[in-house]
Design a protein around this ligand. Structure first.
Ligand code: TYM
Length: 357
């Protein structure tokens, strides 16, 4: 189960993917369908680097022992979801010091104004008003460093990270313009369905790990019963059942489920959950739920989601038991990642004029 050699000829010419995920709070179905599903699907065509971003996590206070444990939990869960460490490089961010080193340099090429426009900063500083630290403010610069160190072509993320990606591109272009071509300019890769899984309790708000209401979020470690109960108690709209007219509009809507979701956010979220957990096309879904009540729709979705997550959880419990194996995988991953990161950082240090011995 070791990662591939990044210098080997099989991986040499493939375009590069980098993506990251925070180790805190446990993975939820938003992470799975917004990002990880794509990571798994892209492993054959791309040289992938997936990082567990523990440096990012300390922008919010953490309990050290829990953070330490959750990095291993996350590694096990990513493998259970289908990350194949024979194909992709999986590593913990703090094991590759170049991330923090490049972040310092890029901080000096990023404007305060640019950072203060980041909606995630605004949201998080409101949520953690007692601890609005400088790390929370410069978080997107660290994220830009994660991406640019690996000269990534594509960054598969959910919709909430789009603004950070745009900033990454701006920083890279500015640096390249000031010096000479140093960084590849990355493109975001956002899925058509599942880019924004909504809270089960407030379907106009994205599903998140830190939601105060535990019924709002389905974690990948939830039992079948918990999954079904959460979906059965999901908040749906006060409107009536879908009329035939609704269905026509629904099927004709190109940007599904976004436009529809403004009118019927709870129902649109359920339909999205059904779609991502079964891969049934929209027409098939509408056929299945046409004319039935919300209670029955929820039961169908609940069954499908529980069935989808059950094998992932079983694999996770198995993989998580073998800590030595996980440590080996992460250690090999860090070594491979650092070999690449080091080269980019060396180039950057040279360009900005650091004297090298
Ligand atoms: P994080 O850890 O919050 O989320 C990991 C991935 O899951 C996606 N996601 C969602 N997708 C759909 N619906 C949702 N409700 C939902 N919630 C989360 C996120 O978009 C993300 O793709 N800053 C990043 C981590 C990061 C990173 C990077 C990502 C650090 N460095 C470099 C890409 C490249 C974050 O906090 O993701």
């Amino acid at each position: 189960m070791n990662s591939i050699n990044t210098n080997d000829s099989k991986s040499g010419n493939r375009p590069i993917i980098l993506s990251g995920i925070q180790p805190t709070g446990g993975l939820h179905i938003g992470n799975l369908f917004g990002a990880i599903k794509n990571w798994v699907a892209m492993q054959d065509e791309y040289q992938c680097y997936f990082t567990i971003v523990d440096l990012h996590s300390i922008t919010v206070r953490q309990i050290p022992a829990e953070l330490r444990k959750s990095s291993l939990d996350l590694a096990a869960m990513l493998i259970a979801c289908g990350i194949d460490t024979d194909k992709s490089v999986l590593f913990v961010q703090s094991h590759v010091p170049e991330h923090a080193q490049l972040a310092w340099v890029l901080n000096c090429y990023t404007g305060m104004g640019e950072l203060s426009r980041m909606t995630q900063f605004k949201d998080k500083s409101a949520e953690h008003y007692e601890n609005v630290n400088a790390g929370l403010f410069t978080y997107p610069v660290l994220m830009a460093s994660d991406i640019l160190l690996y000269q990534a072509d594509l960054v598969p993320v959910g919709e909430d990270q789009k603004q950070h990606l745009e900033l990454t591109r701006d920083i890279a272009q500015r640096f390249n313009h000031n010096y000479s071509d140093t960084f590849k300019i990355p493109e975001p890769y956002i899925p058509k369905t599942g880019a924004r899984i909504m809270s089960l309790q407030e379907p106009t708000k994205k599903m998140s790990k830190s939601d105060g209401n535990s019924k709002a979020t389905i974690f990948l470690t939830d039992s079948d019963e918990e999954i079904k109960n959460k979906i059965k108690r999901a908040v749906t709209d006060s409107g009536e059942l879908l009329t035939e007219e609704d269905y026509v509009e629904f099927l004709a809507d190109e940007k599904l489920p976004y436009n529809f979701s403004q009118k019927r956010p709870g129902l649109a979220n359920l339909i999205t959950l059904y779609q991502v957990s079964t891969n049934i096309g929209l027409e098939g879904i509408v056929e299945k739920i046409s004319g039935i009540g919300f209670g029955d729709i929820k039961s169908i979705v609940a069954e499908a989601m529980a069935e989808h997550l059950n094998p992932i959880r079983t694999r996770y419990n198995e993989i998580r038991k073998d800590e030595n194996k996980l440590k080996e995988i992460l250690s090999a991953g860090a070594e491979k990642a650092q070999a690449v990161a080091f080269k980019t950082l060396r180039k950057v240090y040279k360009k900005v004029g650091f004297y090298s011995l």
